[in-house]
Design a protein around this ligand. Structure first.
Ligand code: HEC
Length: 156
């Protein structure tokens, strides 16, 4: 009687332990997919901004302001998806271009996130005005923060 109660408890504990590790593996996979999706949202929003800045499409003040606001709103979203164990070479089930260096240079990686957040906020603010030359320059500043981080921490 006592023995079987103990083994039940032991079995229950074991099950819990297994479930915990299974679900954290799934959480890592979900986090990677989440951040990739959030990064795609940012790319979708900045696309037409870049096209307008480069004169590939006509400048439309309303669309520019709307997309700049969207970008500002999502600029700090991807980063919570960079959870422990989710980089290249970690043992998870999703293809990722996030290099292992991110873990070694975490402070720099965070300061690059912050740079994007700040530059995107500036762009959204400028987009409320009518200085298109300044807006164009600011689109380039935002894009530089994307590129700078990709050059260092994203696989080719
Ligand atoms: C702080 C670093 C950093 C900044 C800033 C950054 N990225 Fe990235 N980006 C990454 C990393 C790392 C990956 C690889 C993510 C992965 O595969 O898990 C990535 C991947 C992407 C992807 C591919 C997503 C997918 O579906 O696999 C897109 C698109 C992208 N970034 C767009 C942007 C744009 C646009 C900006 C600027 C507005 C930007 N990123 C700013 C680090 C950054």
């Amino acid at each position: 009687m006592t023995l079987s109660r103990y083994s039940l408890i032991a079995a229950a504990t074991l099950t819990t332990a297994l479930l915990a590790s299974t679900s954290s593996q799934a959480d890592v996979d979900k986090a990677i997919e989440y951040r990739q999706d959030a990064l795609s949202v940012m790319a979708w929003q900045i696309g037409p901004l870049g096209d307008m800045a480069q004169g590939k499409i006509d400048y439309d003040a309303e669309e520019f302001a709307r997309r700049a606001e969207n970008l500002d709103a999502v600029a700090d979203l991807p980063w919570e998806g960079f959870v422990e164990g989710s980089l290249r070479g970690d043992n998870h089930g999703v293809d990722t271009d996030a290099l292992a260096e991110i873990a070694d240079d975490w402070e720099d990686f965070e300061s690059r996130q912050q740079a994007l957040v700040e530059e995107a906020a500036k762009l959204a603010e400028l987009a409320q005005g009518d200085d298109f030359a300044a807006m164009r320059q600011q689109v380039a500043s935002v894009a530089d923060t994307c590129k700078g981080c990709h050059d260092n921490y994203r696989a080719e």
